[in-house]
Write a protein that binds this ligand. Structure first.
Ligand SMILES: Cc1cc2nc3c(=O)[nH]c(=O)nc-3n(C[C@H](O)[C@H](O)[C@H](O)COP(=O)(O)OP(=O)(O)OC[C@H]3O[C@@H](n4cnc5c(N)ncnc54)[C@H](O)[C@@H]3O)c2cc1C
Length: 470
């Protein structure tokens, strides 16, 4: 009998609601463990907040926002491998981040292979022209403090203050905060350094620079995100015997006592199961639960989480204006610019660039023409060749709820994967993973949810089995 083959068998049916990276990662992990999985996604494709669309005028794939991962994102990289799409991404073999300041002064943060972490970045940091020599020495001292910091032991204290406050208290200067620390914190945490918690700010530096020589190496997709993730995930799930329901939302979890019996879909279909995983965004989940559960502290605590926008400004020029694959800018509204033609191999005579704007409240509220005036002018100041170039196409992609904010106190609002409802589990970048709102956090949450499911089924099996003494 199936039940005798162990606690994780195909007779155990699992329904996962939400087909972003967290839902896909949960579904694949449970399927790999032997369960029968159904994944339900409201939209007609998988990938959630990491997706792309075809721009009708150029015919090119445009991501909803430039998605970057670092080499330290080990769960996300495993996930790419599991989907068999690592070849469709590129990851630096040596850290190299070109940073351009006022007057076009250019300096690189890079790593060398002949020194162990964290010394591998020291030679480039000592040459970092955007800080004076004295500032560099002071920053090195503070970096050393971050490296030795026991974050978990000091969690409460670090969660009470912003990263900027913490840096100032530790003797860092305003210029170095803007010209070094925020250069890393802003794109990784999608918020200004004065708004993110010291707990998350220090986490980024520890993971990227101190745990290994390769941690901060930069990676991205060479194809549109939907081609990267949706097609491959669909293939992996259905190929492994799972069922995928696309284009239908879960309208509610139906409970009997403290157990979920089924989910109802927008089509009216009812899917019964043994275990259920919600991988929908934090603000979508309470609406799917029957009373009184949305008011239960476990679920209502997420009301305190806030969202932060990302704006992508895409410009197609009639000629090449930049050579690097990406550049970071200080002293300019252009924070980071990506050479999409080079990254995606869509060269030709012209060039498609994407300006990626994090913590972009100011730009999210601006109209398209105002953004065009601002960024086309600014690009002309930064790239001499852009002055002569014609803009053939200009589009803006605004994602208002791109990430949750890692503000002081936010960690306490993130629930774990087990819920007070015995057979309902949570996944999502916003659940307790120790990582900020990233693809890495989403994939980790899925792995953790699958482990929690397995643990619960194992316990249930042990209770069901009669003891040897009868
Ligand atoms: C513009 C932008 C740029 C970003 N840049 C980066 C980056 O550079 N690096 C990085 O690591 N991360 C980046 N992120 C963040 C990253 O995309 C997210 O952290 C990650 O994709 C979240 O995955 P998730 O599965 O947790 O949530 P989501 O992707 O939000 O998935 C939730 C899914 O649930 C579905 N859903 C909702 N309600 C229902 C329902 N009732 N029934 C069924 N399905 C439902 C949604 O349609 C969605 O597919 C960026 C995000 C954006 C928007």
């Amino acid at each position: 009998m199936a039940a005798d083959r162990g606690f994780l068998t195909t007779s155990r049916r699992c329904v996962v609601a939400g087909g972003g990276l967290a839902g896909i990662s949960t579904a694949l992990a449970l399927q790999d463990a032997g369960l029968t999985v159904t994944l339900v996604e409201r939209r007609p494709f998988l990938g959630g907040r990491a997706y792309s669309f075809v721009d009708h005028e150029t015919g090119q794939e445009v991501d909803n926002g430039q998605h970057v991962f670092l080499a330290c994102c080990t769960a996300y990289r495993r996930f790419l491998n599991r989907l068999g799409v690592t070849e469709k991404t590129s990851l630096q073999r040596r850290l190299r981040v070109p940073v351009v300041g006022q007057g076009g002064v250019r300096s690189e943060l890079s790593g060398v292979s002949w020194l162990p972490a964290p010394l591998h970045v020291l030679p480039s940091f000592l040459r970092y022209k955007h800080l004076s020599f004295g500032e560099r020495l002071r920053t090195l001292r503070v970096l050393f403090g971050v490296m030795r910091l026991g974050r978990e032991q000091r969690r409460d204290e670090l969660e009470r203050q912003s990263f900027k406050e913490w840096l100032l208290k530790h003797g860092e200067g305003e210029r170095a905060i803007q010209r070094f620390w925020n250069l890393v914190a802003m794109p990784t945490l999608n918020d200004d350094i004065s708004a993110v918690s010291a707990f998350m700010g220090t986490m980024v530096f520890q993971e990227a620079f101190f745990k290994g020589r390769r941690g901060a190496e930069v990676g991205y997709a060479k194809v549109g995100l939907t081609e990267l993730i949706s097609d491959a995930a669909q293939h992996a799930l259905e190929g492994g015997g799972g069922r995928l329901v696309l284009g239908q939302g879960v309208t509610g979890f139906r409970l009997e006592g403290d157990r979920v019996r089924a989910v109802e879909l927008s089509s009216g279909e009812r899917l019964e199961g043994d275990v259920f995983v919600s991988a929908v965004p934090w603000n979508a989940l309470p609406k799917l639960l029957p009373e009184p559960w949305p008011r239960h502290l476990f679920f209502s605590s997420t009301e305190g989480l806030e969202a932060a926008p990302i704006v992508g400004v895409h410009i197609w020029y009639d000629r090449q204006v930049m050579e690097d694959e990406f550049l970071a800018f200080l002293d300019s509204p252009v924070q980071w610019v990506f050479n999409k033609s080079a990254i995606m191999g869509t060269g030709g005579y012209g060039q498609h660039v994407c300006i990626s704007l994090s913590g972009a409240w100011e730009y999210a509220s601006m109209g398209k023409q105002a953004l065009r005036n601002l960024f086309v002018d600014e690009m002309a100041k930064l790239f001499p060749r852009a002055r002569e170039a014609n803009v053939e196409r200009f589009i803006v992609v605004k994602q208002l709820g791109a990430t949750f904010r890692s503000q002081p106190g936010a960690e306490a609002l993130r629930p774990g994967q087990r819920t007070p409802i015995a057979n309902l589990f949570l996944a999502g970048d916003w659940t307790q993973t120790g990582w900020p709102s990233t693809m890495e956090s989403a994939v980790r949450s899925g792995e953790q949810a699958a482990q929690a499911v397995a643990g619960t089924l194992r316990k249930a099996k042990a209770v069901d089995r009669p003891s040897p003494t009868g």
